[in-house]
Design a protein around this ligand. Structure first.
Ligand code: G3P
Length: 224
């Protein structure tokens, strides 16, 4: 799984967001790699037209009905949104909210990606059996210093922690990933995919960087 978090970077504002989405869709088909788009909320229903999954950057525990301003899973599901990131480092939520939202998304057959900052949180939330746990050391996010090179042990320990949960949850890693080499290292360490933002969104050429990451995933997976 190769998740592209658009965050709220200026580079993806306006019509640029769909340019990035189209490129990701094309390369996903070319390499047969699962690429998921995570745009700002106001692009969610527009992105439903792409053949690759679109995930929300955040959802709330608020219910259907008079809940102004909240992002309700049951409502975005009806706009063909495939799932959501939960507890991203830049939008942390409580343990109680995570514990409620993972089974709620599962019941809706929506993809859940629980973001965590350390191995203890991997152990805690893997028990909820989300589809993915994404380990991202906050201090490396946006730095261009890849988690797979700067902190390889956090990936290997997280892989073990997810395995110990004994369920179908898969481990992703993110933070500072900016090259195919960073991606290859992450997959070799046991990650089942990556969560990236600035390395893609702020790149000069979206086509070549997404291609570089996708080919690194497909080559490395074949060798494992
Ligand atoms: O959600 C992905 C993110 O937090 C990683 O950020 O910019 O280091 O790829 P970045």
């Amino acid at each position: 799984m190769f998740i592209i978090n658009f965050k709220n970077y200026n580079e993806i504002s306006g019509t640029n967001a769909s340019k990035l989405a189209k490129i990701a869709e094309k390369i996903s088909k070319k390499y047969g790699i699962k690429i998921a788009l995570v745009p700002p909320q106001h692009f969610l229903s527009e992105f439903a037209r792409y053949s690759i999954p679109v995930l929300a950057q955040h959802v709330d525990t608020a219910g259907i009905g008079s809940t102004t301003g909240f992002i309700v899973p049951e409502i975005i599901k009806k706009s063909k949104v495939s799932g959501s990131l939960l507890n991203h480092s830049e939008h942390r939520i409580s343990e109680k909210e995570i514990t409620e939202l993972v089974p709620r998304l599962k019941k809706l057959d929506m993809i859940s990606v629980v973001c965590v900052k350390d191995v203890d949180e991997v152990k805690k939330y893997a028990k909820l059996n989300p589809d993915y746990i994404a380990i991202e050391p906050p201090e490396l996010i946006g730095t261009g210093k890849a988690v797979s090179k700067e902190k390889p042990e956090i990936i290997t320990k997280s892989v073990i922690a997810v395995k110990q949960a004994g369920n179908s949850t898969k481990l992703l890693c993110g933070a500072g990933i900016v090259s195919g080499e960073d991606v290859t290292k992450a997959i070799q360490l046991g990650a089942k995919g990556i969560l990236v933002a600035s390395g893609i969104v702020k790149a000069k050429n979206w086509n070549s960087i997404i291609e570089e990451f996708a080919s690194a995933i497909s080559k490395t997976q074949r060798r494992l």
